[in-house]
Design a protein around this ligand. Structure first.
Ligand SMILES: Cc1cc2nc3c(=O)[nH]c(=O)nc-3n(C[C@H](O)[C@H](O)[C@H](O)COP(=O)(O)OP(=O)(O)OC[C@H]3O[C@@H](n4cnc5c(N)ncnc54)[C@H](O)[C@@H]3O)c2cc1C
Length: 423
């Protein structure tokens, strides 16, 4: 009980600290706007990837870089793709556009402090003998950099990630996944991480007559870092909803097999006519694989120093943040945000010849909200001494997508590109 009271106290202190940090940052940005000058030929800080890590790093950099430098963001997607709502939209129709947030007004730096390129980066060449490094784009064009930020995240299939780069193709892919679930009568979801749990619960709420089974390879749901309290709470909700839960089984099902039978180790057979795989997220670390095999971890993530520089002394000008890095903490948007701020600060410090600061994963970064059917969520907070778990009801079908649109500087759910398509 005492540990829980301490945790609640820590949460209150955190809210005050974060509010103060936001206020301090907006004052610093206002002062920066008055003093910053891009100069005739600004030096580039290139950020690859503009999701939670890269977009935040770009915003911080544009609002703090010394004069003579600017941030160049290179992002292959036309829109910011909001992962959180994908399991829901793969089940419930009518909201797909809300997962695609127009890029634009979040960076907010002074004139000349940023440039945007909507393209994929194909390769990276390091800085050498005082010469700037270069990234090569899919078009063949090369962009020079003084510092590079790798924020390329990870890839997977729906309902975890959209594989398409344009909003139109992404919306088509979500609709196709939804159609598959709507048509199926025996739905099997593989993978008991957040995406698998949310999709299974939503499918059963939306289609109570369908048989929905969630299969997870371990005996406890979710990954390391989440406590047993959350596992038990999710199991109870799954039971209430009527989702069949199969733990400790790892069936091998070939890609493309859309119907069939899964034989479990105990001899039981589960029939499926709709299979949704929520496993196998892969870090997008290929840009570093050839540059620095030493900084490439066994899991395929980029190894970084506490300063978030790539863990190879040959590349002090390359930083990385977000899902693509090897870290002990839970990989989520909160952690990506915090890392992005450390990267931006360290790049400014490095330019000014100051010592670099270290990123330390904080307990609150692992705070998690999991939807358990339409209209219900569980919020889980732990400081590794105590766990706080509470449920939220009466959630909107589109979840908190409007809040994220506003946070990223957009009016929900107005996309200027939609008008262009209609014209
Ligand atoms: C279903 C689901 C629900 C989730 N819910 C939550 C939640 O509720 N709360 C939370 O905090 N976190 C949540 N997460 C985790 C969160 O989405 C990730 O931690 C976060 O997206 C990581 O951000 P990132 O910027 O590191 O990488 P990503 O989001 O993976 O983005 C990487 C970006 O880099 C771009 N990119 C990659 N390679 C290139 C290239 N070569 N050239 C140009 N651009 C490139 C990509 O297009 C992409 O925009 C959830 C994840 C999933 C899958």
């Amino acid at each position: 009980m005492l540990a829980e009271i301490i945790l609640v106290g820590k949460i209150l202190v955190l809210v005050i600290q974060q509010s103060w940090k936001r206020l301090r940052t907006s004052i610093q940005s206002a002062v920066h706007r008055l003093t910053y000058r891009p100069g005739e030929k600004p030096k580039n800080i290139v950020v690859i990837g503009a999701s939670f890590a890269g977009y935040q790093a770009a915003r911080c950099l544009a609002n703090s870089l010394p004069s003579g430098y600017r941030v160049v963001v290179i992002e292959k997607n036309t829109h910011f793709q909001l992962t959180w709502v994908l399991p829901r939209f793969c089940v419930v129709d009518g909201h797909d556009n809300k997962a695609f947030i127009p890029y634009g007004s979040y960076i907010k730096g002074p004139p000349g402090s940023s440039q945007w390129i909507n393209e994929a980066v194909e390769s990276v060449q390091p800085t050498q003998n005082g010469q700037p490094g270069r990234v090569q784009l899919a078009s063949g064009k090369e962009i020079e950099y003084e510092y590079l930020v790798l924020a390329t995240g990870s890839s997977a299939t729906l309902p975890s990630r959209v594989c398409e780069e344009s909003k139109i193709e992404g919306m088509k892919a979500i609709a196709a996944q939804r159609e598959k679930i709507t048509q199926g009568k025996h739905i099997v979801v593989i993978g008991g991480g957040p995406a698998g749990i949310e999709l299974a619960a939503d499918a059963k709420t939306q289609f109570p007559d369908k048989e929905v089974t969630l299969i997870h390879s371990r005996e406890t749901l979710l990954n390391d870092g989440f406590g047993l309290k959350l596992h038990h709470a999710v199991c109870k909700e799954m039971e209430n909803l009527g989702v069949n839960l199969v733990l400790g089984e790892k069936p091998v099902i070939p890609d493309g097999m859309d119907s069939g039978d899964i034989k479990l180790s105990g001899g039981e057979t589960i029939h499926f006519d709709c299979l949704i795989k929520c496993v196998g997220q892969k870090p997008n670390s290929h840009l570093v694989r050839f540059l620095s095999p030493d900084a490439f971890s066994r899991s395929g993530h980029i190894r970084v120093k506490p300063s978030l520089q790539v863990d190879d002394d040959a590349f002090p000008y390359i930083f990385a943040a977000g899902d693509v890095i090897e870290s002990n903490g839970i990989k989520n948007a909160r952690a990506a945000f915090e890392q992005a701020q450390v990267v931006a600060e360290n790049i400014c410090r490095s330019i000014l010849g100051k010592s670099l600061i270290e990123y330390k994963s904080e307990w609150w970064e692992g705070t998690t909200k999991i939807t358990l059917g339409i209209g219900k969520s569980l919020v889980y907070i732990t400081d590794h001494c105590a766990e706080v778990l509470f449920s939220m009801k009466k959630q909107k079908v589109e979840l908190d997508s409007a809040m994220i649109w506003k946070h990223l500087g957009q009016k929900p759910f107005i996309d200027p590109e939609d008008k262009l398509v209609l014209v």
